[in-house]
Ligand binder design. Structure first.
Ligand code: HPA
Length: 274
């Protein structure tokens, strides 16, 4: 990491440490169409990104730009309401800036959510898929460049990026609450194009169950910093072999919105035991 970036992160963290009145150990990143989770929050402080020194600003429709300190089901959380995507043109260090900041303010566990296209033929639109593992298909990596050994290792072990403990907890809470869960591998791609039929097929053959344009860089950085990660995809469209995919951003947002209550319920149930 560049010394300049490290200094910016330090200033962002100092600002937030001075301002915050709660000390969340859990950070939540809200994906496309999943911002409605904010309705379940008891908000303590909601800060527009533009008020936060050196914090990036998001540009996509349906993505807001606030950092929220809140309680969710009684548990202190910090919520990134609007993430930064690689396809927007941000460099990887900007895409993953919030994870560095989360780590700096004391977050130990990160919950990442996203909207994704499903390739697995057993998936349906509106399903929630717990991410068991990922394939980084961005063609780049947020850890490229000089490593800062104070932050994490040069060659991170990627055996268990997504916490098995939290995956087991999710399955248990889901079965107690009658929430149907899928589990699978997430393929992270740059976008902004949705996939061609041949790309969906290729990713399925490669071993992915769903594909999306986020999460992987954030998970890599969070893992590098030693945070525990739980991630889920809401399946908003299908790219199943033999089926014609007609993906649009509007459909993705609508499907994400309708699946959101289940996702909120699952996260609320997990929080007290995280
Ligand atoms: N492909 C990539 N990203 C996505 C998709 C998809 O089908 N759906 C939602 N995000």
């Amino acid at each position: 990491m560049l010394q300049e970036t490290k200094q910016h992160i330090r200033e962002t963290v100092d600002y937030l440490n001075n301002r915050k009145t709660i000390n969340p150990k859990v950070g939540i990143v809200l994906g496309s169409g999943l911002g409605g989770l904010t309705k379940a929050l008891d908000i303590v402080d909601e800060i527009p990104y533009k008020e936060i020194p050196f914090f990036p600003i998001s540009t996509v429709k349906g993505h807001k730009g606030t950092l929220i300190f809140a309680r969710l089901n009684g548990v202190e959380v910090v919520v990134l309401n609007g993430r930064f995507h690689y396809y927007e043109g941000y460099p990887m260090e900007v895409v993953t800036y919030p994870q560095q900041v989360f780590c700096g303010i004391g977050v130990k566990t990160i919950i990442l959510s996203n909207a994704a296209g499903g390739m697995n033929p057993t998936f349906k639109v509106g399903d929630i898929m717990i991410i068991r593992d990922h394939i980084n298909f961005f063609g780049t990596n947020p850890l490229l460049g000089p490593n800062d050994d104070e932050l994490g290792p040069r060659f991170p072990n990627m055996n268990e990026v997504y916490s098995q403990r939290l995956i087991s907890m999710a399955h248990q809470k889901a079965s107690e609450n009658n929430i149907h869960l899928q589990e699978g591998v997430y393929m992270g791609v740059s976008g902004p194009c949705f996939e061609t039929p041949s790309e969906y097929k290729a990713y399925w053959i490669l071993g992915a169950d769903a594909v999306g344009m986020s999460t992987v860089p954030e998970a890599i950085v969070a893992h590098h910093r030693g945070m525990e990660i739980f991630a889920l995809s809401v399946i908003t469209d299908l790219g199943v072999v033999g089926m014609k995919a007609e993906t649009s951003h509007e459909e993705v947002l609508a499907a994400a919105n309708s699946a959101e209550p289940k996702m909120v319920k699952l996260i609320c149930e997990m929080l007290p035991t995280i």
